[in-house]
Ligand binder design. Structure first.
Ligand SMILES: NC(=O)c1ccc[n+]([C@@H]2O[C@H](COP(=O)([O-])OP(=O)(O)OC[C@H]3O[C@@H](n4cnc5c(N)ncnc54)[C@H](O)[C@@H]3O)[C@@H](O)[C@H]2O)c1
Length: 303
């Protein structure tokens, strides 16, 4: 079945370039009316090229779609709320939010300034918080919403020189986990996309022979699947070069050790057993994980 978005309204942040532009164009081709948000910043977040969002909005119109440009910085809570008000005035609803805007300030942790750490957190994490918060009540009232956080393999697995970016990207996974739980009763589904694409952000990082394979358009199908009517919720999809995978924050079965003065020594000695992945699960929530631990303690007491 073709995934269509007729009648749906999508906001895509950072849609002036790279992945966001690809997502916005694909959503529009599939019938969505799209708000193209982009501050027009350079890769490190400096500057403003305010015509960028309008250029992509115009590309959508040329294709026969409907688009509205927004130059709000996702770091600006007031501007983000104004963007959502403008979306409602123009299109009457918001169904889909793609939190994609992002910057890089790479340096080894030893050399990184605290300000570079904070700025990267502000754009990726607080940017997504602002946009999600601004649409949350609208989605709750209409009992429909699809939100995607753009995470990264750098957050999920780490990368040299990206402590700020990794922390921000993994924070988005945590935000997704809880918003998915809180949004479930309102039919708001929240997922993460970890894309890999040759964009200006990865210029110089991706070898020339891989550039063609890693077109942003190769990651966009995963985004489309995450915002459709039948989208999953709490999924972390990785996508790049035609590869699609799902990442999980999983939990091993683990063991129970009764309180004892040598408990730390026992944990140390039995680390392999604790780490055994044979019966790994993905708990439904943090509280569910706590219940699993309590279950072990009760079982040991009853034995
Ligand atoms: N390219 C990759 O391989 C890759 C890998 C993992 C994650 N990502 C993530 O995907 C997203 C898109 O990255 P990209 O590679 O297309 O980069 P990009 O630099 O081409 O696009 C990012 C866009 O975000 C905009 N932006 C920056 N700060 C903003 C702000 N405060 N408000 C609004 N817009 C702002 C920029 O102007 C730019 O157009 C980012 O979140 C990035 O971290 C990319």
């Amino acid at each position: 079945m073709t995934l269509r978005f007729d009648g749906k309204v999508a906001i895509v942040t950072g849609a002036g370039n790279g992945l966001g532009r690809s997502h916005a164009l694909e959503l529009a081709k599939r019938g969505a009316r799209v708000v193209v948000n982009d501050l027009g910043a350079s890769v490190d977040g400096a500057g403003r090229a305010s015509s960028l969002a309008e250029q992509v909005a115009e590309e959508i119109r040329v294709l026969g779609g409907e688009a509205l440009a927004s130059t709000a910085s996702v770091t600006d809570w007031v501007a983000v709320q104004e963007m959502v008000v403008a979306t409602l005035e123009r299109f009457g609803r918001v169904d889909i939010l793609v939190n994609n805007a992002g910057i890089l300030r790479d340096k080894s942790f030893a050399k990184m300034d605290i300000d570079d750490f904070k700025l990267v957190l502000d754009v990726h994490l607080m940017g997504a918080v602002h946009c999600s918060k601004a649409v949350w009540d609208i989605m709750r009232k209409q009992q429909y919403g699809r939100i995607v956080m753009t995470t990264s393999s750098s957050g999920l697995y780490g990368n040299f020189g990206q402590s700020n970016y990794s922390a921000a990207k993994m924070a988005l996974v945590g935000l997704m986990q809880t918003l998915a739980i809180e949004g479930a009763k309102s039919n708001i589904r929240v997922n993460c996309l970890a894309p890999t694409a040759a964009t200006r952000m990865t210029e110089g990082l991706i070898p020339a022979e891989h550039l063609a394979l890693l077109a942003p358009e190769a990651a966009t199908p995963a985004l489309i699947a995450l915002v459709g009517e039948d989208a999953p919720t709490r999924a972390i999809l990785c996508a790049g070069a035609g590869g699609f995978e799902r990442a999980y924050v999983s939990l091993t079965r683990g063991i129970y050790i009764a309180p004892a003065p040598d408990c730390a020594e026992q944990v140390s000695a039995r680390l392999e057993e604790i780490s055994d992945r044979e019966e790994e699960t993905v708990p439904e929530s943090g509280a569910a994980q706590t219940l699993l631990e309590l279950g072990k303690a009760f079982a040991a007491r009853a034995a």
